[in-house]
Write a protein that binds this ligand. Structure first.
Ligand code: FAD
Length: 687
């Protein structure tokens, strides 16, 4: 058995009552969710190191917006200095080094999300883009950003008037054969690039997406360019650029999001990332793709890794939120009979509000860990030129998976953070609970790197293509095997709920999800076809199928994927952990299924009251069964106390002592208001 002594034991205290009830060792569960002991060790090393560094000390009062940006950049520089992943490891295999980088990102995100986003955009999104879209001549930029940390980058896609619809962006890059340069231009404010992270104050380069135009006036669609923005020595922006800061946001204010306008700004011809298309010195456009939309597709596919990073970060935010709320619920008592006040955690309502999210946090972490491995293996093979069977189909399937799972995870965390805040009552509203910061720093993830509502439509598109293929050719393009069952669609749709069925079973859960996907897929297809028959274009017809169809379909597929991957991993976990993991799996599955009862009845899978009652009874039973386990589960999910940074969720469980310490040490807590003279009614003289 692995030595887990590098994970510090938890302090003894009021939470022991519940900790003793757990059927498993929380450190083993932690390792099972992390999947790799070296990565778990790395995470603890990062947390312990930063805890000792005053630059990372938490502030009891939110610093000014500008100060948050300064601190975030200083912290990023310091993290680079610590060299947590030595250069030799970075030069190792793609999969291993990416996993290490992702772990660093997760560890930092739990501590200060602004810093991890700065790092993710400034170093990893940029360097990944160079690897996937650039060629030999761009490797110096890769070295400078990834290995030497000499430049900090940004990623400029969004414009003021166009975000999700990238095709209509209007920044241009016109080739000038005389100077062998591209001239970047912003026609008007609506085409200004905006929201670009790191651009407002700090980045030295940006990866710019602009419409490529050749000297013959022909437009070739969006392409990516490496564009210098600031002098690295002075951080002065170069002439020909108008760069500004976006101003205060409702979260992640440590990131300097900026806007930029280009005024006939020249860059060398070689700064075009030219893996898929190039312009010769004379100005002739050459592309390995005939269709410009495929070039954009290849460029944007590069976002998958970033979206996986967002999902990993989401798992950590959810872990922290539920850890705070559950520890609070185990130490806070309210009401009761015969002088025995009851801990909140023992109320059925409180369990129902929180335990589904605890189960989701565990299921998502195991799922994303496993999915990331599959993803990285495919990319590694493909980069190394090793043949991957059905590579382009696998890429499409992965894209569909990411497109529905990033929305599922990010939305779930947002809902969880709000529920956890409310579950901690008024004290949850203190900044010191950390629930507010977790929620507001997480919030933009539902919008950036693909707005959730728009992104999830892409999973629906892929599923509909598979439906068509299954019903016409009797086969599907699903190299990862996630929808092979669609070839049995007709048989699956004949299933009905039989009263008395044991719903707390893997078979029931998975077969019911398959039924739901088949049913909603068929409904979506029929609706889409009927809109086309009415004479609508494909675009218009799709828009008419979004609500109750496409959107539901995408959510169902995402939930199914989480369950499917978790179930596969479950078999490999320690025997001691299996009972609790199985219960968490069932709870997440049935709790999610509860949200789809309408479709089960609408489609005739269920009739009468049995199905709904069985599902809901099982959810409540599972909540009760998990009462003794859940504190141990959140111990496994939680980071160290320093990282969790919550007066309500400290692992010692000394809720009221910790609250007193925090309230009593608030700066100025006991002082008379400095502005007292401005507000008191000074009695007027009667003389
Ligand atoms: C904190 C933060 C950081 C960011 N960082 C970067 C960055 O570094 N680089 C960068 O380039 N961008 C960045 N962005 C921008 C982000 O990527 C965009 O906001 C995002 O792509 C959505 O585009 P939009 O804001 O133009 O929204 P829109 O596309 O205008 O969407 C607005 C709303 O309309 C809905 N909608 C749009 N189209 C449809 C449709 N067809 N059917 C139904 N509904 C639809 C959407 O769901 C959304 O709710 C960042 C944003 C934020 C908030």
């Amino acid at each position: 058995m692995e030595d887990l002594s590098f994970i510090p034991d938890l302090p003894s205290g009021p939470l022991d009552v519940y900790r003793k009830k757990a059927s498993f060792d929380w450190k083993r569960l932690k390792l099972a969710m992390e999947g790799d002991i070296d990565l778990l060790r790395l995470k603890y090393k990062i947390w312990h190191t930063l805890e000792k560094d005053p630059l990372f000390a938490h502030k009891s009062v939110t610093p000014s917006v500008e100060e948050q940006k300064r601190i975030a950049q200083l912290q990023l520089n310091k993290i680079n200095e610590y060299n947590f992943i030595p250069k030799v490891s970075l030069k190792g295999g793609y999969s291993k080094r990416t996993r290490a980088v992702m772990t660093l990102n997760e560890a930092i995100q739990s501590l200060n999300p602004s810093v991890s986003v700065k790092m993710a955009i400034g170093m990893y999104l940029f360097s990944n883009a160079i690897l996937s879209l650039g060629t030999e001549r761009h490797l110096k930029f890769y070295e400078a950003v990834f290995f030497n940390r000499e430049i900090l980058a940004s990623y400029a896609l969004t414009e003021i008037a166009h975000g999700s619809d990238a095709r209509l962006m209007r920044t241009t890059a016109t080739y000038d054969p005389n100077q062998k340069q591209f001239i970047i231009n912003t026609p008007d404010f609506e085409a200004a690039k905006c929201w670009v992270g790191n651009l407002g104050r700090t980045c030295t380069h940006t990866l710019l997406f602009a419409q490529l135009i050749t000297p013959d006036g022909a437009g070739h669609g969006l392409h990516a360019f490496l564009v210098p923005i600031r002098d690295p020595a002075t951080l002065e922006t170069y002439p020909g650029l108008v760069v500004g800061e976006m101003g205060e946001k409702i979260g992640v204010n440590g990131i300097d999001n900026g806007f930029i306008m280009f005024n006939q700004y020249r860059i060398p011809r070689e700064n075009l990332l030219n893996r898929t298309a190039d312009v010769t010195e004379d100005g002739v456009y050459e592309s390995s793709f005939s269709d410009p939309s495929r070039i954009l597709g290849a460029a944007l596919e590069n976002l998958s890794a970033g979206r996986i990073g967002i999902m990993q970060e989401s798992c950590h935010s959810m872990s922290s939120a539920v850890a705070i709320a559950v520890r609070y619920a185990a130490t806070r008592t309210q009401f009761g009979e015969r002088c025995r006040e009851i801990p909140l955690i023992e109320y059925q309502l409180h369990q129902w509000r929180l335990f589904g999210y605890v189960a989701a946090a565990v299921v998502f972490r195991v799922y994303i860990e496993s999915f990331t491995r599959v993803y990285l293996e495919i990319v590694e093979k493909s980069n190394a030129g090793i043949k991957v069977d059905n590579l382009s189909e696998a890429v499409s399937e992965i894209h569909a998976m990411v497109s529905c799972c990033k929305p599922l995870l990010t939305w779930s965390v947002l809902a969880a953070a709000q529920e956890c805040r409310e579950a901690c009552g008024g004290h949850g509203f203190l900044k010191a609970s950390n629930l507010g910061d977790i929620r507001s720093n997480h919030e933009p993830t539902v919008t950036y790197e693909g707005d959730n509502n728009v992104l999830s439509q892409q999973a629906g598109n892929w599923l509909l293509r598979q439906y068509h293929s299954a019903t016409t050719a009797g086969s599907v393009d699903s190299p990862l095997g996630t929808v092979l069952f669609l070839t049995d669609l007709t048989e699956i749709l004949k299933q009905k709920f039989i009263p008395g069925t044991a719903v707390k079973s893997e078979h029931f859960l998975m077969s019911t999800y398959k039924w739901l996907i088949c049913y909603v897929l068929k409904q979506t297809h029929q609706k889409y076809e009927s809109e086309l028959d009415r004479g609508l274009s494909k675009f218009e017809a799709r828009a008419k199928c979004q609500v109750y169809k496409w959107k539901t379909l995408s959510k169902l597929y995402a939930e199914y994927l989480a369950l499917l991957f978790f179930l596969e991993e479950l078999q490999k976990k320690d025997e001691e952990l299996q009972p609790v993991l199985r219960k968490l799996f069932m709870l997440y599955g049935l709790w999610s299924l509860d949200g789809h009862l309408v479709e089960l009845y609408q489609g005739g899978f269920a009739a009468g009251e049995d199905c709904a009652r069985a599902v809901r009874d099982a959810v409540l039973q599972l909540c009760a069964e998990l009462e003794g386990e859940v504190v141990g589960v959140v111990d496994a999910l939680a980071p160290t106390d320093f990282v969790l940074n919550s007066v309500l969720g400290n692992s010692d469980g000394n809720l009221y002592q910790n609250l007193q310490k925090t309230l009593f040490s608030n700066p100025g807590a006991f002082e008379r208001a400095r502005w007292w003279q401005e507000v008191v009614n000074v009695p007027k003289s009667k003389l």
